[in-house]
Design a protein around this ligand. Structure first.
Ligand SMILES: [Zn+2]
Length: 181
């Protein structure tokens, strides 16, 4: 019988570089956004085995990714494997959280490249509750809201909307926001 395997797909023509402080899922979401497709579609097309459906926040908060998949991603993006290994989270703990945390100023203002917002890996650390740069408490977003996003552009849109609402709300109403999800 013929082995029904597609020939190895060529690397992506262009792909965003990962930032050292970025979470792996954030980078993957940016790659998908670059090609205007969903992360799911990107994975299907390249037979990438990423178990992101087990994460409450979907692809943005990836469980620890196995070495062969990291190798495959590195080849597609023409990167050293180490660049991607370095941005893996060491634990998959955050995949179980019902809410995720972020600092809006850090998310939208990347000091290295203002045109490239990214989700920081440190926000997936259960010990971290305050922004390391701004000293302000991290704010939360429902994991389910992130799970619905198809790529990182959609994530930014959703967070942008939440931020607009949050900054226009009276302080006393803020806590009600989460109970709606
Ligand atoms: Zn910050």
């Amino acid at each position: 019988m013929w082995q029904r395997r597609l020939p190895e797909l060529p690397p992506w023509p262009v792909s965003p570089r990962p930032f050292p402080e970025e979470a792996l899922g954030s980078w993957l979401g940016r790659v998908a956004a670059r090609y205007r497709m969903s992360v799911q579609h990107l994975c299907d097309e390249h037979e990438l085995r990423l178990d992101f459906e087990t994460s409450r926040a979907g692809w943005l908060v990836l469980p620890v990714v196995a070495d062969p998949t990291i190798r495959q991603l590195a080849r597609l993006a023409r990167l050293e494997e180490d660049r991607l290994q370095e941005i893996q989270t060491t634990t998959s703990e955050a995949t179980n959280w019902r809410i995720q945390f972020y600092c809006a100023r850090c998310l939208f203002l990347n000091p290295v490249d203002v045109a490239a917002p990214r989700w920081k890996r440190v926000w997936l650390d259960p010990e971290v509750t305050v922004c390391e740069v701004h000293g302000t408490p991290l704010v939360s977003v429902a994991s389910s809201a992130l799970h619905r996003c198809k790529n990182f552009d959609q994530t930014l849109k959703i967070i942008g909307r939440i931020e607009l609402k949050r900054t226009s709300e009276l302080p006393g109403l803020r806590d009600m926001r989460h109970s709606r999800h």
